[in-house]
Design a protein around this ligand. Structure first.
Ligand SMILES: Cc1cc2nc3c(=O)[nH]c(=O)nc-3n(C[C@H](O)[C@H](O)[C@H](O)COP(=O)(O)OP(=O)(O)OC[C@H]3O[C@@H](n4cnc5c(N)ncnc54)[C@H](O)[C@@H]3O)c2cc1C
Ligand code: SF4
Length: 431
């Protein structure tokens, strides 16, 4: 098992969480772009949820037209640099690249995308002529995650005045508080959002949770339409009384603490991660990189049935995480302090695994209580907001996109859905 020491300084933390897709130099970008075949009807573009014209932006990099390249990307996806780094490119654009058929390495589309978009961000290039006077109408956005910000960009570009209400003190939602630190740094995420905000001119009101019917009524009175980009809620509690134990975490809560202040996080020596999705893989890799001596990832079904991408499981294994399958969690063990977890196997037998830290990566709850306060809004059986093809909810003044609608997908899906919703809002509310 590769040894990671507990990082004590920022430099040690950055070393343990070194970027898995480091930035390309100009020479690397030139050489990599030269390998692209600029395919007709490119499969990489078809595999991208935001439909970026990938062949075009790669050609523009190759001909040293970085501004044009960045514009091509931003035309389809406002989280251009962020998605270049955090998208599961292995199963999207790069997974579809024709080079895979000839046993060649696929084009590193994600890194090229970040290379071009970072140019626009660092040079603060205004790619769009955004109306300074926003006189087309007013929209309130609830939630400054990828969905809320993408909707705000699209609406502002069309001259709509946008105010985002965000319960936390920073923008970007789970892109900032959830995505693994070895994929992108917090600083880069905040820089891209600041770039977008300066260019499009929308307002974000931080520490402003919208939670009551009165607040919703005020938004309805003050704005022409409302976009819901609220994402999901806290981790599903699968074991009883978890809140009474020290060192028993929900995965999203643990990762948020890690990404907010890694020095405060207490990491056990022997860690058990419960779950088989991508968040479980992240939590496993992260506790290993924070210096845990042993990390066991325990999933109730078989390895093949895990919903996590294979490359995410590989990443966890590379840092020494051990997968254990066919064990369903039953209860926490210990008196005053955590001693382990008992599981039930397929034969109904009890199996105990000793540990001094547990992370439950058992999915996130839906925000049904908050959503039930919106008149006429329909949720499906799983608690997802019901929308039509235009991402309009069953209350015609509310539109929605991202995790609250799709139940939890990727940053790129939230951006794609929110852009469509914003376009529909412009059409139905303001024309
Ligand atoms: C641990 C983890 C790792 C992930 N890793 C990746 C990855 O590597 N790559 C990838 O593409 N995707 C990843 N995802 C998924 C991705 O982060 C989400 O799909 C995406 O952020 C969803 O965007 P969203 O805007 O719909 O919701 P969110 O990102 O959840 O944003 C919602 C925002 O709304 C705010 N909010 C909620 N309720 C209210 C309210 N009532 N009032 C005001 N504000 C409110 C929240 O504070 C938040 O800022 C990961 C998710 C998790 C949990
Ligand atoms: S499929 Fe691969 S080679 Fe073809 S355009 Fe896309 S990145 Fe280039």
């Amino acid at each position: 098992m590769p040894e990671y020491q507990r990082p004590l300084t920022v430099a040690e933390y950055e070393q343990n969480f070194a970027q898995i897709k480091p930035d390309m130099s100009a020479t690397m970008a030139y050489n990599e772009s030269a390998r692209c075949l600029f395919c007709y009807d490119a499969p990489c573009q078809q595999a991208c949820p935001t439909g970026i014209d990938i062949a075009l932006f790669i050609k523009q990099i190759h001909t040293d037209n970085l501004q044009g390249s960045a514009r091509t990307i931003y035309n389809s996806n406002y989280f251009a640099n962020i998605c270049g780094k955090v998208c599961p490119t292995e199963v999207l654009c790069e997974g579809a690249c024709v080079h895979n058929h000839s046993q060649n390495k696929p084009i590193e589309i994600g890194r090229l995308q970040s290379y071009a978009s970072q140019h626009a961000i660092s040079e603060n290039i205004a790619l769009y002529a955004v109306p300074k006077e926003k006189n087309k109408g007013k929209v309130a956005v609830i939630g400054a995650g990828p969905a809320g910000i993408a909707a705000a960009c699209e609406l502002s570009k069309a001259g709509v005045e946008v105010h985002i209400f965000e319960s936390k003190s920073s923008p970007s939602g789970l892109a900032l508080y959830g995505v693994a630190p070895y994929k992108i740094t917090n600083q880069e995420i905040l820089e891209e959002v600041a770039y977008l905000q300066a260019q499009f001119g929308f307002s974000i009101h931080y520490n402003q949770p919208i939670s009551s019917k009165e607040q919703l009524a005020k938004l309805e009175a003050d704005f022409d339409g409302i976009f819901l980009g609220i994402g999901l809620g806290a981790t599903n509690p699968v074991l009883a009384n978890t809140q009474n134990w020290a060192n028993v975490w929900g995965a999203t809560e643990f990762i948020e603490q890690l990404k907010t202040d890694f020095q405060k996080v207490v990491i056990g020596k022997n860690v058990v991660i419960v779950g088989g999705g991508n968040t479980a893989m992240d939590a496993a890799s992260e506790t290993a990189r924070m210096g845990a001596a042993s990390v066991k990832l325990v999933y109730r079904k078989s390895k093949e049935e895990m919903s996590a991408y294979e490359f995410e499981y590989d990443l966890a294994k590379q840092v020494g995480v051990q997968g254990i399958f066919g064990l369903a969690p039953a209860q926490l063990l210990g008196d005053n302090s955590l001693k382990g977890v008992s599981f039930t196997n397929e034969k109904g037998e009890t199996v105990e695994i000793g540990c001094d830290m547990v992370v439950l990566a058992t999915g996130q709850q839906k925000q049904t209580q908050f959503l039930s306060q919106i008149d006429g809004l329909t949720l499906n059986k799983q608690g997802k907001i019901v929308v039509n093809e235009q991402f309009q909810t069953t209350n015609p003044r509310y539109f929605a996109g991202g995790d609250a609608v799709n139940g939890g997908a990727e940053v790129v899906n939230a951006c794609a859905e929110a852009k469509k919703a914003a376009q529909a809002m412009i059409k139905t509310l303001f024309s």
